[in-house]
Design a protein around this ligand. Structure first.
Ligand code: T5A
Length: 216
């Protein structure tokens, strides 16, 4: 059995990444590519514990680099316990957020030195690089409104949802800059599309970039 392919979904808050991950995994399964969906921060029990701490804002006062270290610690466990074994076993992995979230949220917005962050990324992922990254591009006002609508009564906004609109606008641009710099890995999708149409556009990108040959 060959190695599975690794797809990451990126974008701002409420862009529709989790919804798209489920739709793509279903389509890949039907096409004969068993697929596991996962997320960051999290995806493994130890990484989920770190997720809770970060999103509760417990690392915020230590600064962006400390947060980057925590995301990286979570990522190392996630890769070792889930992503690499799944890919090696021949299954595909779709991950809701991965390295580009650290590059954008901690790197660009947290103003961490680019070389330092690149070195941290290299030791963290140890060669487990996405084959394809789909960047869901959306006006942050729409994304934040979607995230707010989904929130349960009394539920607080998390560490990053609570940032200013200016922060979220810069974040959108930083993702577009990554896509422009790595066109071989990244595809930008219009996340204003309704879920079915977005899934169709993503499926087309998978077909073109990863040469999927549906069995079904
Ligand atoms: N972070 C993460 C870092 O700072 N550094 C890092 O290295 C990493 C890995 C994670 C936070 O951590 C930060 C980034 C984040 O702020 P999270 O709760 O996982 O926090 O946040 P998100 O990844 O942004 O997840 P969300 O659940 O908020 O957004 P999704 O997954 O993009 O959106 P989804 O699919 O849950 O949909 C949101 C709502 O919109 C609707 C859905 O039904 C749902 O109600 N929807 C659509 N509506 C219209 N059209 C569509 N196409 C739609 N798709 C979904």
């Amino acid at each position: 059995m060959g190695k599975g392919r690794f797809i990451t979904l990126e974008g701002g808050e409420g862009a529709g990444k989790s919804t798209l991950a489920r739709a793509l995994a279903a389509r890949l399964g039907e096409a004969g590519c068993p697929t596991r969906t996962t997320r960051e921060p999290g995806g493994s029990p130890k990484a989920e514990a770190i997720r809770e701490m970060i999103l509760a804002g417990q690392a915020k006062d230590y600064g962006a680099f400390a947060e980057a270290l925590m995301f990286s610690a979570a990522r190392i466990d996630h890769i070792d316990s889930l992503i690499r074994p799944t890919l090696d076993g021949g299954e595909w992995v779709i991950c809701d957020r991965f390295i580009d979230s650290t590059r954008v949220y901690q790197g660009v917005l947290g103003q961490i030195d680019r070389t330092l962050l690149a070195e941290l990324e290299a030791v963290t992922i140890a060669g487990v690089m996405p084959d394809l990254t789909l960047i869901l591009d959306l006006d942050p006002e729409i994304g934040l409104a979607r995230a707010a609508k989904r929130r349960r009564p009394g539920e607080a906004v998390d560490r990053f949802e609570g940032e200013t609109l200016a922060f979220h606008r810069k974040l959108r641009q930083a993702y577009l800059d990554i896509a422009a710099g790595e066109p071989g890995r990244c595809v930008v999708l219009d996340a204003t599309l309704p879920p079915d149409e977005l899934a169709e556009a993503a499926w087309k990108a998978l077909g073109e970039r990863l040469q999927i040959r549906p069995e079904a």
